[in-house]
Design a protein around this ligand. Sequence first.
Ligand SMILES: Nc1ncnc2c1ncn2[C@@H]1O[C@H](COP(=O)(O)OP(=O)(O)O)[C@@H](O)[C@H]1O
Ligand SMILES: [Mg+2]
Length: 230
Amino acid sequence: MTDGKGLFITATGTDVGKTYVTALIVKKLREAGHSAGYYKAALSGVEKTAAGFRAGDAGYVADVAGIAEEETGNFVSYVYEKAVSPHLAAQLEGNPVKMAVVMAAYQQALARYDYVTMEGSGGIVCPLRYDDDAQLLLEDVITALGLSALVVADAGLGTINATVLTVDYMKRRGIPVKGIILNRYDAADAVMRDNKKMVEILTRVPVIACVKKDEAAIAIDAATLAGLYG
Ligand SMILES: Nc1ncnc2c1ncn2[C@@H]1O[C@H](COP(=O)(O)OP(=O)(O)O)[C@@H](O)[C@H]1O
Ligand SMILES: [Mg+2]
């Protein structure tokens, strides 16, 4: 059974705050009593230890959102040690991403949770696999899973360009963008306030929330958030 609904989280680049924001989203849904989980197809830059691999993005989200560690086993399908794009990591380490594996894992997540937040890798243009046997881009997965998306963008300088380019690319690929979240936002900063306004004007996508530095809750109500899924 695949009863749950999904939402994809991308960003204007790597380290912009996908995991941080995803954790707050999953936390908010769970605090409102929803069954909410997490999924990520490919995670790069994870240290492998004798005990397995360090939990990385999935572990962080589980910690913040209060998901027991035993539940996180299928939260990530592919883990690579090198902190490079999954396609390159697989060329170096083996174990390339297979669409069928990602599809099955995602369906499994939908069967288990009502709300599955899927975090991307890097920004929106991210090759997951590129070898003689198959070429798979992140957007192919988003499209195959039929997901709508949120874009996390840094609130500061440079974000108008990065956000407009990202949203435009997604629209051209037929991926619905439900909202933008500005991360590391400071309402006292006039540049950031202007960025919020200009990003909305130029993308015609609403900024649905602004997340401050070290913020422990996202300022959007759980019902609105839940309405973005599916
Ligand atoms: N609002 C924030 N306040 C404090 N630290 C943040 C915030 N957003 C992101 N970070 C930190 O910045 C780093 C990169 O964020 P992360 O969410 O991992 O990015 P991504 O998942 O897009 O690669 C992490 O160490 C994270 O904890
Ligand atoms: Mg991340």
